[in-house]
Structures are given as structure tokens and as C-alpha cells.
Design a protein around this ligand. Structure first.
Ligand SMILES: Cc1cc2nc3c(=O)[nH]c(=O)nc-3n(C[C@H](O)[C@H](O)[C@H](O)COP(=O)(O)O)c2cc1C
Length: 175
């Protein structure tokens, strides 16, 4: 019997929605959990000023500074990265984190939370920053949360990720 894959869920969240989904996903996947922490002058994102700064960071593809992860990424089979959508893009801290850590990531899965528009370009941007095709992706909208169908989406995402990892584990052992 093969050992279950080790998964780390990493997320950036400005106002708590992505954090909530990341916590639920981690519990459902039996994964570890870590927030992306910013440093430097762009880290204050609360209130109207923080909103505008976040919008501009996303629109102008500004590089922001993020802290190194606490967990050792090389100990994980897959890293799941979650971001809010900002102006139909991924949040600047999530992009910066993936750019900095891309070499340490074996397999990648991605999710985003959003009001309703722009999930695909945001997820594409994260995949590009990581230089990897994600094993599974998931977008959770405000509508999904209101209708309480986010659980079904998380479940589908988790199942796809576990299934793909199990298949990879088989072929990686054969190689
Ligand atoms: C600066 C900014 C830009 C946003 N742009 C979009 C957008 O283009 N499309 C969308 O559907 N939601 C947009 N939203 C809404 C967030 O993606 C959504 O509320 C998300 O769930 C927030 O996650 P968080 O609470 O983890 O920060 C934006 C929010 C902010 C703060």
C-alpha cells in the first residue's frame, strides 16, 4: 500500500474569504496550512486605501515582498495555493510567493475566491508564475457561498487532486 500524499495548503487572504476556504480545504484534505505573509510598504491592505493599493498592485503587476514559508515545501507532494481575484488577476502577494517558491514545488493545485468575474485569468496567472500546469483548479464565487455549493466544489477539487496524485505516485515509482 502506498502512503497518502502530503499536501500543504497555502493562501493569501485580504478579508477572510480565501482563508476560510483554505481552512476547510486543509481539513478535508488532511493537509497542513500556511498563510502568505507580506512585508514592506505594500502590506497594509485594509480599508479604502488598502483596496486601491491592492487594485493597483494587481493591475500594474507590481512586485510585492512576501515572507519565506515556515513549512519545508520539499516535504510535500503537492502545494495548493489559494488567492482572491483582484481586477481579474491573482492577488499580488500570491503571485510573488509562487514566483519565489516555484523551484521548490513538486506538484501544484490552485483555487481562487471571487465576487463573480475573472477566475480564469487569475488562475492562469498563478500557473504561469509557478511555471507549472496545476493538477486541479477551483473557483469559488460569492454566489457559490450564498447558495452553499462551495462544499461540493471543494469536494470535487479535493477528489481530483487526490486521484491525480495517486496516479502520479504510481508512475513516479515505476520510473
Ligand atoms: C482590489 C480588489 C479587486 C477585486 N476584483 C475582483 C474582480 O475582478 N472580480 C471579482 O469577481 N471579484 C473581485 N474582488 C472581490 C474578491 O475577489 C472577493 O471578495 C474575494 O473572495 C476576497 O477574498 P479575501 O476575503 O480572501 O480577500 C476584488 C476585491 C478586491 C479587494
Amino acid at each position: 500500500m502506498t502512503a497518502p500524499s502530503r499536501i500543504l495548503v497555502v493562501y493569501y487572504s485580504r478579508s477572510g474569504t480565501t482563508q476560510r476556504i483554505a481552512e476547510l480545504l486543509a481539513a478535508e484534505l488532511g493537509a497542513d496550512l500556511e498563510p502568505i505573509r507580506e512585508q514592506g510598504e505594500h502590506s497594509a491592505r485594509s480599508g479604502a486605501r488598502g483596496y486601491v493599493r491592492s487594485l493597483l498592485d494587481a493591475l500594474r503587476h507590481r512586485d510585492v515582498r512576501v515572507m519565506s514559508p515556515v513549512h519545508d515545501l520539499s516535504a510535500y507532494d503537492a502545494i495548493v495555493v489559494g488567492t482572491p481575484v483582484w481586477a481579474s488577476r491573482a492577488s499580488a502577494p500570491a503571485v510573488a510567493w509562487l514566483k519565489a517558491q516555484r523551484e521548490r514545488i513538486r506538484h501544484l493545485a490552485l483555487f481562487c475566491t471571487l465576487g463573480g468575474r475573472g477566475s480564469q485569468p487569475a488562475l492562469d496567472q498563478l500557473a504561469k508564475a509557478a511555471g507549472k500546469t496545476p493538477l486541479a483548479v477551483c473557483a469559488i464565487t460569492a454566489h457559490d457561498l450564498r447558495r452553499r455549493i462551495d462544499g461540493t466544489k471543494r469536494q470535487g477539487f479535493g477528489q481530483k487532486l487526490r486521484h491525480r496524485l495517486a496516479k502520479l505516485q504510481q508512475t513516479e515509482w515505476i520510473d
